[in-house]
Design a protein around this ligand. Structure first.
Ligand code: 13P
Ligand code: SF4
Length: 314
């Protein structure tokens, strides 16, 4: 049955000239049928480069929107319209507009995990894979609002010595991890190297041996001589980590001792059945107002331009 679904997906994908982009937080089966698996930055770049007629984005809603903004003439579909993001939802348009108005002469750097409408209020978009370098590329005296993730913004403030104004959003998966439980796990696994995503709160990040984006963590583990890792991020990254490093061991740091996982409930709404239905019926299409596309595109292009200039992407 599962093999049938997989076969049908692969056939339809070819027949309908579709590229499937899958985030590392997708279930392993979806990662395996994706043409490209990556973090937000890599997938945004793939969305720009593709010559296929339809983009099926297996991730969450804002990622589909980003692909549509970069490819307005293409059909962009996602398997489940309800696959949102707590971080993106924590920053609403009217509220953010008022917040921004309190800080004249500031530029707005927004983490890609925000809605297309928030992007229209932003000057530069960043991802966790380039946020530090993008902030560092700006003059030291540049006043900056960083939105929506207070944890990523706080981490960058600490790393750069800047004092960016932070919006108060957060990711429900990463922000829920506590230092208390993380410490317990560190005691339980004393020789494990701890890696963490900067969406985790400060108290957890202070306990990590390496802090980096999804792609950054994957690279760090691959290049490390160490064998054992505590992983403070979403569970889906394990598929890639285990495939790349069959001789290494991974334990996910979770806030809930009775659950061996850290799943993002939005990312995990996507299933193979929904991917198949999405291909069959070419649903659910992302449609955005032309003006929103035009305004949201500028800060994303700025991000891609700076990332290329700094050699972060090719
Ligand atoms: P990256 O893919 O940029 O590491 O982001 C993690 C995340 O939470 C995506 O929703
Ligand atoms: Fe959003 Fe957090 Fe899920 Fe990423 S892991 S999609 S930031 S809720």
């Amino acid at each position: 049955m599962a093999a049938d679904i997989k076969e049908k997906i692969l056939q339809l994908k070819k027949q309908k000239d579709v590229v499937i982009l899958g985030h590392y937080y997708q279930i392993p089966e979806i990662q395996d049928i994706s043409d490209y698996v990556g973090d937000s930055l890599a997938l945004a770049q793939k969305a720009v480069e593709t010559d296929k007629s339809i983009i099926l984005f297996c991730g969450v809603h804002f990622m589909g929107e980003t692909a549509k903004i970069l490819n307005p003439k293409k059909k962009v579909i996602i398997p489940d319209l309800n696959a949102g993001c707590s971080l993106a939802d924590s920053c609403q348009y009217e509220e953010f507009k008022q917040f921004k108005a309190q800080y004249p002469n500031h530029i707005v750097i927004s983490y890609v995990n925000c809605s297309a409408k928030i992007k229209t209020l932003s000057d530069i978009i960043c991802t966790s894979g380039n946020a530090l370098q993008i902030v560092n590329s700006l003059p030291k005296n540049q006043k900056i609002i960083f939105a929506p993730d207070k944890n990523l913004g706080g981490y960058i403030n600490r790393m750069t010595g800047r004092n960016m104004v932070l919006y108060h959003g957060s990711c429900e998966v990463h922000d829920l991890l506590t230092a208390e439980y993380t410490l317990k796990m560190k005691q339980q696994y004393p020789n494990y190297v701890m890696i963490a995503h900067p969406e985790c709160n400060d108290a957890v990040l202070q306990l990590a041996d390496y802090v980096g984006s999804t792609q950054g963590m994957i690279k760090f583990v691959k290049e490390s001589k160490e064998k054992n890792f505590l992983v403070a991020t979403e569970n889906g990254i394990l598929h890639k980590l285990q495939n790349d490093n069959p001789d290494k061991n991974f334990v996910v740091v979770t806030q809930n001792p009775s659950c061996a996982c850290n799943d993002c409930r939005h990312m995990k709404l996507n299933t193979m059945e929904k991917v198949l239905a999405s291909l069959e019926e070419e649903k659910y299409e992302i449609n955005l107002d032309e003006q929103i596309i035009a305004d949201a595109r500028k800060p994303i292009e700025k991000m891609l331009e700076i990332s290329k200039k700094l050699g972060i992407i090719k």
